[in-house]
Design a protein around this ligand. Sequence first.
Ligand SMILES: [Zn+2]
Ligand SMILES: [Zn+2]
Length: 179
Amino acid sequence: MPKTQKEDVKESAVEKTEVEKYVRPSWDDYFIEISRMVATRGTCDRGRAGAVIVRDRQILATGYVGSPIGLPHCDEEGHLYKKTIHESGEITNHCVRTVHAEQNAICQAAKLGVALQDATIYCKMEPCAVCAKMIINCGIKRVVCEKHYHGAQETAKMFEIAGVELEVLVDEMQTYDNM
Ligand SMILES: [Zn+2]
Ligand SMILES: [Zn+2]
């Protein structure tokens, strides 16, 4: 028996309701989620971080933590530790074998000739002081990170002075072994 016009109207109304129920992620959630996938390629398990640089809702570059191309990775050779003694007397351990995710994303842009002026960078944790300085100088204006980082004491202050907006989505410290 052929469907009546009335039934057709009813069905399309049901479809429409289902479509409306779906909630799309915000742009920040979308790029943070992509940065998590980028991070899975990282080769240092201290944070195994990823970064995505975006402007006008389009991805310009991505990067993850890893050794310079051709050099051995932490996952194969182990970490290369250096201690940092802070003014407060606190001592923190850092693996210096790698190029950080933020730095690798900036390097990728440099390699491909992509300008980063006024861009936003999405990362796993607050950038360290070196990454922060590079972020400021390549013209990035907004930094969105998932968590705080124990080695980022100077970062927030530098960004404030330089006029870079910093957003930490979860008010928690990123943790891993031997911090
Ligand atoms: Zn490492
Ligand atoms: Zn860094």
